[in-house]
Design a protein around this ligand. Structure first.
Ligand code: GLP
Length: 241
């Protein structure tokens, strides 16, 4: 696990965008795994700038998002569909046919989860996966538990995650309690992973992860210690607390 500490959130976002750009230049039809949450917003802003000012080309790029809430309308600003449209896809030249976000409005969700993993495989697998991290160590929506699912799956969100995500909703009752997320195995199959962490609230979990001496399903991000190509980019606040 390569650790890069940046002085602040802006520098973290720029460094992440540089890596994404490098990989996009190496492979024009790259398959990107994308995350939501507040952490990757600066990265997306920088990628939009690179597209607008420097002609970074997304026309051949395919994307797969990590997760989506269950029971949310896609025109609800809190849905991850809406998030991706407004914070990235609307501002770059990506072909919407090549953007995939778990569709939680389907009848047979379990079958759909399997289909999502199959589709990722069919597109050649994820070349570069962007990850944020929950304060409890979740990645995607793989919550700490006695066991973790390998493939894309349906999850019940923990109280801590519902609490953390309630800041985006009018009230905590409106936060969906369930979601579909890529599984740990889906994430681990990505050829390269960048995990971003910013701010004091992520310090405790990052301290544990960076220590790097044990893997446990109670800290889902620790499974990344087994992956051969992970870069963690964090700011001073997340690093030093
Ligand atoms: C959500 C998302 C995760 C994200 C995490 C952290 O629960 N499902 O993919 O990494 O929250 O969010 P933030 O970046 O806002 O701290």
């Amino acid at each position: 696990m390569k650790i890069i500490v940046q002085p602040n959130y802006e520098a973290l976002s720029k460094r992440a965008a540089e890596i994404v750009r490098e990989e996009m230049e190496k492979k024009r039809n790259i398959v990107l795994g994308l995350a939501t949450g507040s952490t990757p917003l600066g990265l997306y802003k920088e990628l939009i700038r690179m597209h607008k000012e420097e002609g970074l080309d997304f026309s051949q790029v395919t994307t797969f998002n990590l997760d989506e809430y269950i029971g949310i309308d896609y025109d609800d600003p809190n849905s991850y569909h809406y998030f991706m449209e407004s914070n990235l896809f609307n501002h770059i030249n990506i072909d919407r046919e090549n953007t995939f976000i778990p569709d939680t409005n389907v009848e047979d969700l379990e079958a759909y989860c399997k289909e999502y993993d199959r589709l990722i495989e069919e597109k050649g697998g994820i070349d570069l996966q962007i990850l944020g991290i929950g304060v409890n160590g979740h990645i995607g929506f793989n919550e700490p538990d006695e066991e973790l699912k390998v493939g894309t799956n349906i999850v019940n969100l923990t109280e801590s995650t519902i609490q953390a995500n309630s800041r985006f909703f009018d009230s905590i009752d409106q936060v969906p309690q369930n979601a579909v997320t890529m599984g740990i195995g889906t994430i681990m199959k990505a050829k390269q992973i960048i995990l971003l962490a910013s701010g004091k609230s992520k310090h405790e979990v990052m301290k544990e992860l960076i220590k790097g001496d044990k893997i446990t399903t109670q800290l889902p991000a620790s499974l990344l210690l087994l992956h051969p190509n992970v870069t963690v980019i964090l700011d001073e606040e997340a690093y030093r607390g």
